[in-house]
Ligand binder design. Structure first.
Ligand SMILES: Nc1ncnc2c1ncn2[C@@H]1O[C@H](COP(=O)(O)OP(=O)(O)OP(=O)(O)O)[C@@H](O)[C@H]1O
Length: 549
């Protein structure tokens, strides 16, 4: 519900204008029918007010129809835009561990299919208001023509609505079933996009994926969707049936009812036929509401944090001259995925000084990358504390703390827009110097900080990521296996020139590495085993002749 309230607040002017326009158009339509009915019933078939009034009313009806439809379209587009902005900002404000646990496929479904369904439902509000208005005015007119017929009509309609409810309930159940399948469908889309190489290499895998997994999901989506639509179609036609039952009642019962003359019967039938469209639209809007409700529940179930206005504020200014970063008894464990196994790191007790190179080593799966996300404040600590000098880090200054870091994670994302320490595009001449130094200038150039391309080799992309960190100019820099994709020349450059230069500039470098021949270049070294770090004397692990040349 908070989402609906927020949406309503953001779109209230448009929503209320669309409502007003639609209701005006509806009232005009009913007025025109009543006037036509009057004319048909009059002995000389005279339209009161003559041709000018008729033409005038039709023109106003035309204009108000265009106006109200246009507002309706704008409302729909406006809601899609608002929802997209709102949801992307909320996803960005959600802790990384939560987003990872949800999985990218769920986020994609939310941002595409659910947003579409929710805005479709929201955009139906004025349509429903307009048609409800036509129905209310139409029924008032029917009541004025014959109260007795109105009672009979309403009795039949209540019976009809009962049947419609049953059908729509079945349809809702099927929609919910399909919504769960949409998450799976988006996971398959992910496999098509990101697993393209493996699927092309291995025909058996591609066939299994396509026949057993993908097609199974789309087939079930198709079957359930068809069934749900059938319930919708039956419900629409059921309403037609009820309407004709009402027409038949009026037509055949009229001779038996005193005072139900020709004028009343014609008026009744004309109005009911006019009401058929709006009533069908009202019922036809219900599936949109069902889908919207299901989508809304997805948004609410994800329990993304609400937007804080602080997110719009400019980034906090990092401490310029801190001297010590202290981790005490820090622990973190991944959420239980239901398989009785969760990996945990900690207790972590480490201190990093300003201007030192610290290597983090350890076997595969020992917790180095998990530590990287914990120390940068991306994963929340389950226990323990982080102090930057004497400032304890908590939820209130977490954003400030994170602003001290620049990182190239093992699963990094390469943005094509470069930004400097002030968050502005850097001078292209400066970028050119960095590109030349890393032998990338023949491949890439930058214009207003936008890299001309990022589709490069793994090693080259990592070098571009390194340029990002240089430009960001943060005091704490973390590299998670940066050199793993580099050829020997760039590996040498990284360990022997770039890292020491950054240290000399006062940066503290946390370097996750498997390159044991360079371990001797560290100022200090921690080894992770089963999630727990232990400081090792450099001499104890360096026998390589190249170390500290
Ligand atoms: N997103 C995740 N969700 C749940 N568990 C995870 C997740 N990422 C990692 N793990 C668990 O954490 C363990 C440690 O992973 P981590 O990536 O920290 O190891 P690592 O030391 O960096 O390994 P490597 O040298 O192979 O990069 C893994 O064995 C896995 O069980």
């Amino acid at each position: 519900m908070p989402l609906i309230v927020a949406l309503f607040r953001k779109s209230r002017v448009l929503l209320l204008s669309a409502l007003a326009a639609n209701v005006f158009s509806a009232a005009l339509g009913v007025l025109l029918v009543a006037l036509i009915n009057n004319a048909v019933a009059s002995p000389d078939l005279q339209f009161q007010g003559g041709v000018p009034l008729f033409v005038g009313l039709v023109l106003v009806l035309f204009a108000s129809g265009v106006w109200s439809q246009n507002l309706l379209n704008r409302l729909g587009a406006h809601i899609v835009r608002e929802l997209r902005c709102m949801m992307v900002r909320r996803v960005l404000a959600t802790p990384l561990a939560t987003v990872e646990a949800l999985g990218s496929h769920r986020i994609y479904t939310l941002l595409t299919s659910d947003i579409g369904n929710l805005s479709w439902a929201f955009g139906m509000v004025p349509v429903i208001a307009m048609n409800a208005m036509i129905a209310v005015l139409g029924f008032a007119y029917l009541g004025w023509l014959s109260p007795l017929f109105l009672v009979a009509t309403l009795a039949l309609l209540v019976f009809g609505i009962g049947g419609t409810q049953l059908l729509l309930q079945r349809m809702r159940g099927l929609f919910e079933e399909n919504r769960r399948r949409y998450d799976r469908l988006f996971r398959h889309f992910g496999s098509v996009v990101y697993g393209g190489k493996e699927l092309r290499l291995n025909r058996g895998r591609a066939q299994y994926f396509y026949n057993q997994q993908f097609q199974g999901t789309v087939d079930r989506l198709f079957e359930t969707g068809m069934k749900a639509d059938l319930f919708g179609i039956v419900s629409n036609n059921w309403n037609n049936l009820i309407l004709f039952a009402v027409l038949a009642t009026v037509l055949f019962a009229a001779p038996l009812v005193e005072g139900a003359g020709r004028e009343v019967v014609i008026g009744y039938i004309l109005t009911l036929i006019y009401l058929r469209g709006p009533l069908n639209s009202l019922v036809g809007a219900l599936p949109a509401f069902s889908r919207g409700r299901i989508a809304l529940r997805q948004f609410e179930d994800l329990d993304l944090p609400p937007l804080r206005e602080a997110a719009d504020a400019s980034p906090p200014v990092a401490a310029g001259n801190w001297q010590q970063l202290r981790l005490e008894g820090l622990r973190f464990s991944y959420p239980d995925q239901g398989d009785d196994y969760t990996f945990a790191v900690g207790p972590i007790d480490m201190t990093f000084k300003r201007g030192e190179i610290v290597f983090i080593i350890g076997g595969n799966g020992s917790g180095k990358s998990t530590f990287a996300k914990l120390v940068t404040g991306l994963y929340p600590a389950a226990a323990g504390s982080i102090h930057l000098d004497d400032v304890p880090i908590d939820a209130d200054n977490l954003d400030w703390y994170r602003n001290h870091f620049s990182a190239v994670f093992s699963d990094y994302h390469l943005f094509d827009q470069l930004l400097d320490a002030e968050g502005e595009p850097p001078e292209d001449a400066r970028v050119k110097r960095y590109l030349e130094h890393l032998c990338l200038d023949h491949k890439v150039h930058s214009e207003a900080g936008v890299l001309s391309r990022t589709d490069l080799s793994a090693g080259q992309r990592k070098r571009l990521a390194y340029i990002h960190t240089l430009l960001e100019d943060r005091s704490l820099i973390l590299f998670d296996e940066w050199a793993a994709d580099q050829d020997p020349v760039f590996r040498e450059l990284f360990y022997r020139e770039l890292l020491p230069k950054l240290r000399d500039a006062g940066k503290t470098l946390l370097v996750i590495s498997h390159d044991d021949r360079y371990f001797g270049l560290a100022d200090r070294l921690f080894k992770f085993e089963n999630g727990v770090p232990r400081q090792l004397p450099i001499e104890s692990i360096t026998s390589a002749p190249l170390a500290r040349m």
